[in-house]
Design a protein around this ligand. Structure first.
Ligand code: FMN
Length: 317
């Protein structure tokens, strides 16, 4: 069983120390462990070229065409059975390098699209996609913040969940390690070190378990699926978990806010087969609407675009 530890923070600083502690406990629980610090890696941002998904849909292996260190991380993630990730909070949300990785990994590794393509290849007897795309994987998140208050790390943990959606990874637990500034070193906080160690043990022990048998490790949170406290509130009592994309009913009982998510909604959260399939069908539907529109306008659209192509000339007229 392979457990991968990733830190997107500085070398031998908070995130790295906490992930290494998680790996020590993962090893004790029987895992083969590997650690990567990404800070000096060159992971450029997605340029939106679509080459990765085009390759997938044209019978090839999924591959990003940007030549940098992305593939090292991508392969490490695909190889792993379980992953513990620490990302520092920069400007209230996880550091940009982490998001750069997700933007390239997520859309190209969309499980629903990969499954549809794999079925097609099986029927046509074509070379199959990498089986690592289809295995169950377990993940634990550690958000690292310097500020002493949680409201300066509010988008840390919720945003980290985007990492595992596309490959339907099971989130085993999470640790909100804020207040690192005053702590000086996570090693001075025994309770925190215990928590991250336990996270490493839990992700290891989760490997191979059916997802609904994995016990959550961390605070319960308002959302019963992702256990985060981020809720989108409009004018009605129907609210939404922006992490899972599911609707719930808000009520106030004895001055306490409660949000109930029906079984049906919980089953269509973003990191479920139903949720991923919904999004896949939405994209297919989008293509069906958009392509005929473009075909019908193939003579008129280039003329409409002239003004925007020659922007500098036009704006200075
Ligand atoms: C550019 C920058 C922005 C930061 N923004 C925040 C922030 O919004 N909230 C916070 O709690 N800490 C913030 N920090 C502090 C880091 O989260 C903190 O130093 C953390 O320990 C970094 O992780 P590392 O020790 O693993 O490198 C910021 C640090 C940097 C360099």
């Amino acid at each position: 069983m392979k457990v991968l530890g990733l830190s997107f923070g500085r070398k031998m600083k908070c995130g790295e120390i906490m992930v290494k502690e998680a790996l020590f406990k993962a090893k004790e629980a029987g895992a083969d462990v590997r650690f990567i610090n990404t800070v000096d890696m060159n992971i450029q941002h997605c340029k939106g070229c679509g080459a990765c998904s085009a390759a997938r849909d044209r019978g090839k292996e999924v591959k990003c065409i940007i030549k940098d260190d992305y593939e090292i991380l991508e392969q490490a993630v695909l190889d792993a059975d379980a992953i513990v990730i620490a990302a520092p909070v920069y400007a209230i949300a996880p550091v940009g390098q982490f998001k750069n990785f997700i933007d390239r990994f997520g859309p190209s590794r969309d499980r629903a699209a990969l499954l549809a393509e794999q079925d097609k290849r099986k029927k046509e007897g074509k070379p199959l996609l990498d089986e690592r795309n289809f295995k169950d994987r377990y993940v634990g998140y550690i958000s690292v913040g310097g500020a002493s208050t949680q409201n300066w790390v509010s988008l840390g943990l919720p945003s980290m969940h985007i990492f595992g959606f596309s490959l339907k990874m099971k989130v085993v637990g999470q640790v909100d390690a804020y207040d690192q500034g005053r702590k000086a070193n996570p090693l001075f906080d025994e309770e925190l070190m215990k928590q991250v160690g336990e996270l490493g043990k839990r992700v290891t022990e989760a490997v191979g378990k059916p997802y609904d048998e994995v016990e959550w490790f961390g605070e319960e949170g308002t959302c019963t699926v992702c256990h985060n406290n981020l809720i989108t509130v409009g004018k009605s009592t129907t609210v939404e978990c922006p992490v899972c994309g599911i609707k719930g009913k808000l009520s106030i009982v004895d001055d306490e806010i409660k949000v109930e998510f029906s079984e049906k909604e919980q089953k269509r959260a973003r990191n479920t087969d139903i949720g991923l399939q919904e999004h896949y069908e939405e994209i297919q539907g989008m293509i069906e609407v958009c392509v005929p529109k473009l075909m019908a306008a193939k003579d008129t659209l280039p003329k409409m675009l002239e003004k925007y192509k020659n922007f500098e000339e036009e704006i200075n007229k």
